[in-house]
Design a protein around this ligand. Structure first.
Ligand code: 13P
Ligand code: SF4
Length: 299
């Protein structure tokens, strides 16, 4: 079967199943092109909760599909490749977080959405890379914050707020490959370019933005050249939707192999076989939803 036959079949099955296809900004170009919605990790889950589709085909990584299941417990959430995980999300477990909470009983727990549902269920509030500072600022009179799992995002937030941060030593293996010298080298090659980076990287930028924030920045800023410090899949969408602007990767090494596991064939098989179901158990879903809802409320 060639790609256009696969695409045709996907469209037909999508209608039959009343399904919607959501794709994260880092997905491969063919997957982005067939998606009904493309977006950042939280934006996609919120979109999922508002759709009247019965089935959500989530093209991203496992914690994102879980977040969709947390927000939409009655919908069928499927991942075309169940092995697409997020190594950073797996760097903290619910057990480890429970121990940390025992050591710091007065602290509140802020967890990045890049965490498992079990970890979210142990958290007071979630945050994304775009609202982390705002979320921490909203915890008035709280002095100590346990921030998991990304030490770079935690550090970024601590430079913008007053609270004492108890960080976790987690990180994104793809974003750590973007080094300050990469940005300096690109800046030398393109001196007029603005620099935007994801907060999961070390900072040397005009703006630190989530992938959704990068999308908006590219559309609305006057900059005609932009150096982009994040996973390279993001460049496809930025270039496609802003053909009059130039985008340069901060580093070609910033590739998330898990984000590349989803293909058109796997989307088709997912619709054919209704696989692979991501369903957060009810007791965890209820507690995790509280932390996600709290973030949505204040954002
Ligand atoms: P965004 O929420 O900014 O899309 O980031 C998700 C992610 O996994 C970044 O590595
Ligand atoms: Fe996880 Fe990093 Fe991949 Fe994002 S880019 S899904 S944080 S491993």
């Amino acid at each position: 079967m060639n790609d256009s036959e696969i695409v045709e079949k996907i469209h037909r099955l999508k209608k039959e199943r009343n399904a919607v296809i959501l794709a994260h900004n880092y997905q491969i170009s063919e997957v982005q092109d067939i998606a009904d919605y493309i977006g950042d990790s939280l934006g996609l889950s919120v979109t999922a909760s508002k759709t009247d589709a019965d089935v959500i085909i989530f093209c991203g990584v496992h914690f994102m599909a879980e977040t969709a299941s947390i927000l939409s417990p009655d919908k069928i959430v499927l991942m075309p490749d169940i092995n697409a995980g997020c190594p950073m999300a797996d760097m903290i477990t619910a057990d480890a977080l429970r121990s940390l909470k025992k050591e710091h009983q007065k602290a509140k727990v802020v967890s990045y959405v890049n965490t498992t549902a079990e970890v979210k269920a142990e958290s007071d509030i979630c945050c994304t890379s775009s609202n982390a500072v705002h979320v921490v600022e909203s915890l008035k009179d709280i002095y100590e914050i346990i921030f998991v799992p990304d030490k770079y995002l935690g550090h970024y937030v601590s430079t913008k707020t007053n609270c004492k941060m108890i960080p976790w030593n987690g990180y994104c293996p793809s974003h750590v490959k973007i080094l300050p010298e990469d940005i300096l080298r690109q800046k030398k090659s393109y001196p007029e370019a603005k620099v935007i980076v994801h907060p999961e990287c070390t900072q040397l930028a005009d703006e630190a933005l989530s992938t959704g924030g990068m999308y908006k920045y590219a559309k609305t800023s006057d900059a005609s050249e932009i150096i982009v410090g994040t996973e390279i899949g993001m460049l496809y969408r930025l270039r496609k939707e802003n053909p009059d602007k130039k985008f340069y990767p901060a580093s070609e090494r910033a590739v998330c192999p898990n984000m590349k596991l989803t293909t058109l064939e796997k989307i088709l098989w997912s619709l054919e076989d209704m696989k692979y179901l991501v369903k957060v158990p009810r007791d965890i879903q209820v507690r995790a939803k509280r932390a996600v809802d709290k973030m949505i409320e204040i954002s």
